[in-house]
Design a protein around this ligand. Sequence first.
Ligand code: RIB
Length: 322
Amino acid sequence: MTTIRDVAKAAQVSVATVSRVLNNQGYVSAHSREKVERAIQELNYTPNAVARSLYKKKSKSIGFIIPDISNPFFPQLFRAVEKYLIDHEYTVLLFNSDDQLDRISNIMDSMRTEYVAGAIIVSDKIKEEHLAKLSIPVVAIDRVISEHVPSLTVNNYKNAREAIRYLVSQGCSNIAHVRGPKGVYNAEERFRGYRDEIAEQQLPSLVICGNYDLKTSLVATMELLDQHPEIDGIFAGNDIMAVGVIKALAKLGIQVPDQMKVIGFDGIEWGTTITPELTTMEQPIEQIGTKSGELLLNLIDGHVMDSHHYSFDAKLVVRDST
Ligand code: RIB
């Protein structure tokens, strides 16, 4: 079996130099790099895909960056993206960033090392200047990076307004919003939708901040109901928070949907595993994932884009919580 030493010997360089080439890290002169790459090819040292990426400085893999692996929305989105890309002979490398800049910087380094051909990104922190360092095609999904980066999102504002109108149609007149974190694109849009629809319906505005997770939402709901026992409907900014709301209501002995109606946003599978099953604004996750893969491959192939922002509609799915 060929070893790294054989490659170093054939290329007449040190093992460390071969390793720097393989990892695309540290300084290697153009001449030595060429010798190493030739030796790798001749000795068939690495699997074909890797050798090819080293040679072409481009692989058949795509980087997919998500902000929160613990939110089942993202694994569902990943599956949709991955299915499309695998069908088109690409592999997908999944990176969880927790939307922390230091993590993002490491992820960017890994993507460079892997010579990914393009990236699909869900992030509120990644800006155009970070992408300039990557110099590969990028598609933003679920969030918007800038007007220059193609993006795909649901119509968060409009669909949030629809959620409120639905609660009103079910007889709610004191509707609260457990909103997603401040500064997060879609949380702000959903909040704006709530605020404008509540104003239009001439209802009181009752907002509390959650963190797009279950625990914070549970605690926030207990606090909110302590201050406002008159609340009869809750719009949670995503489904996990809606599950937190329903848990809080169970702890307080409040009956759903008789005393309180609850609606979420996302349409994750969890929504059907709880009692009562969750009414939600369901995002077309599969469609968004597929379209993002298609756009990215078009960009990689050098095709011109026909639009920079793609908007989808979430659909009301009525279950037992309203
Ligand atoms: O960041 C989390 C949220 O953003 C998800 O729950 C989903 O609503 C997505 O749009």
